[in-house]
Design a protein around this ligand. Structure first.
Ligand SMILES: Cc1cc2nc3c(=O)[nH]c(=O)nc-3n(C[C@H](O)[C@H](O)[C@H](O)COP(=O)(O)OP(=O)(O)OC[C@H]3O[C@@H](n4cnc5c(N)ncnc54)[C@H](O)[C@@H]3O)c2cc1C
Length: 490
């Protein structure tokens, strides 16, 4: 991690990225560099018509690095926009005027390690869960917005960057959804060590005097004190069509990009990419062989990275379950079964974790075999497990299994038919993913349109499947490419 602002990248005689320049005039040399600059590149904060350079409220923007990426490295850059709502102090909120939203009684985890078994959340940290509260905007809130629309950064034409369609600002909701007289506002505690609350649903780029009026028009917030103002932020990003599925820039293989810099938005999206970029940068620097690449049928992370390298980014990318064609298999309850071996081979998971998953697989295999020999009232047990009204534990005559084994058997029994159907639908795509395309392939082939040639040459897909997911590449062109691809049966 660099403590000072990185102002540029160092290139050696062969134009390989080999380090960074800092604002102090230092040169930090490295075999691989990971950039994860978030919303900081050439960023501007908007509070109504007032604009302030900044990467986040209270932090300076990073402008010189953005110029270096565009002008010295020749990367194609774009501009996006995001925003954040106001924070208000809890002691000034009247929660009795709001509807409590209690936390889940039982949390679920992605990790099944032995030390996590007795703790409800976040591995070993058993955090006390606090409720959120629901309030709503009023006709008065909408009126305040309408009366001040020309002073909003969004509606005065000051903002040029594109925001996420699915996270509209509050003024967007008032303008676009006129049929709704009110909108939900979730009042969420910011953390365990603060009294600040986040007004989820009230992102805005209105001037601060309007923000006070808006907040005080909400039931329960009539006397609320704003501790931090809402704002919109515009920033530069790198079009991710220039990176590959290892998250390295294709023209600069020692340079890895992650997070909001690649056009995504969101904590999970950034954390996932940070993991892949970090692992692959370390492998690259240590000359440790093939990078970690996750497939669409293995992890949401695989879905996101594949989307980033094949799809056009026209707004900040967020990862939804609906983006995954294998979503019945990409479940929270089987995260360790899907990914521990991959993590072990990449040096991320220990032998103990792998042994534990392998033991689970053996236990499951034994359980399936045993259950196949038992019939209950003329039915197979797996068939009964698929029924929602069948409660295994109530049948004392059946063998006892550890809870995790029984849970996995139930899920398998209930979803087997749907998963088989999903696999069948996705079979063509899976098959195409096994056909690898050579790097720097020449797409100037008869039968490939100019549009497809340009897009394929720019994105350099790693497989036929990836080529097929690029907008504008037709099935007929995929058939032509198949002649030149080679099948990887591993
Ligand atoms: C105001 C706001 C509210 C948000 N709210 C939510 C939310 O509620 N839920 C959600 O899922 N997501 C939210 N997001 C999005 C989420 O915060 C980001 O998508 C995510 O944090 C991006 O992670 P990142 O690692 O790419 O960058 P960041 O977390 O922004 O980290 C970038 C880091 O790089 C450093 N940096 C930048 N430039 C340089 C440089 N030149 N040299 C050295 N260091 C540099 C910065 O100091 C910073 O520490 C919000 C974003 C913003 C701006």
């Amino acid at each position: 991690m660099l403590q000072s602002e990185a102002t540029g990248l160092l290139l050696d005689g062969t134009r390989r990225v080999c380090g960074v320049h800092t604002a102090f005039g230092e040169e930090w040399r490295a075999r691989a560099v990971v950039l994860a600059t978030g919303t900081f590149l050439a960023a501007t904060l908007h509070f109504g018509l007032q604009q302030i350079p900044g990467g986040r409220a209270g932090d300076a923007a990073a402008s010189r690095l953005s110029e270096c990426l565009r002008d010295e490295l020749g990367l194609e850059m774009g501009r996006l926009k995001t925003g954040t709502p106001v924070r208000v102090l809890g002691k000034t909120i009247d929660f009795s005027a709001m509807t409590p939203q209690p936390p889940d009684a039982k949390g679920r985890q992605f990790s099944f390690g032995p030390r996590d078994a007795d703790t409800p959340f976040f591995g070993q940290l058993a955090l006390e869960q606090r409720p959120c509260y629901l309030t709503h905007s009023t006709e008065q809130t909408a009126e305040i917005v309408r009366a001040n629309l020309k002073r909003s950064a969004m509606y005065s034409g000051v903002i040029k960057g594109v925001g996420a369609r699915y996270c509209p600002s509050f003024e967007d909701k008032v303008v676009r959804f006129t049929e709704h007289p009110r909108h939900h506002i979730f009042v969420e505690p910011e953390g365990d060590c603060t009294d600040e609350y986040y007004l989820n649903g009230m992102s805005t780029s209105m001037p601060i005097d309007v923000q006070w009026q808006m907040v005080r028009s909400l039931p329960g917030c009539e006397r609320a004190f704003i501790s931090r103002y809402a704002y919109a932020i515009e920033y530069d990003f790198v079009f991710p069509s220039q990176i590959d599925t290892a998250l390295s820039v294709r023209r600069y293989p020692s340079l890895f990009l992650a997070g909001q810099l690649n056009g995504t938005s969101g904590y999970e999206e950034a954390a996932g990419q940070g993991l892949v970029a970090g692992v692959n940068a370390a492998r690259f620097a240590g000359n440790c062989g093939e990078p970690l690449r996750l497939r669409r049928d293995q992890a949401y992370l695989g879905v996101m990275i594949d989307d980033l390298v094949t799809k056009d980014i026209v707004e900040p990318y967020r990862l939804f379950t609906s983006r995954a064609e294998y979503r019945l298999e990409l479940r929270q309850d089987n995260a360790d079964r899907r990914l521990t071996r991959i993590g072990y081979e990449a040096g991320l998971a220990g032998r103990e974790a792998l042994d534990q998953v392998e033991k689970l697989e053996h236990d499951l295999e034994d359980a399936r075999r045993l259950l196949a020999t038992i019939r209950l009232d003329g039915h197979g047990v797996m068939e009964l497990l698929a029924r929602p009204d069948f409660h295994y534990a109530e049948h004392r005559e059946l063998p006892v299994f550890p809870p995790r084994v029984l849970e996995q058997l139930c899920v398998e029994a209930r979803y087997a038919g749907y998963i088989a159907q999903q696999r069948e639908h996705a079979k063509t795509m899976l098959d195409l993913d096994a056909w690898k395309l050579p790097r720097d392939f020449n797409y100037d082939l008869p039968g490939i349109s100019v549009e497809a040639r340009q897009k394929l040459a720019k994105r350099q897909p790693e497989s036929l499947g990836q080529a097929a997911r690029i907008d504008g590449v037709t099935p007929a062109e995929i058939a032509i490419l198949q002649v030149h691809a080679h099948r990887n049966n591993s």
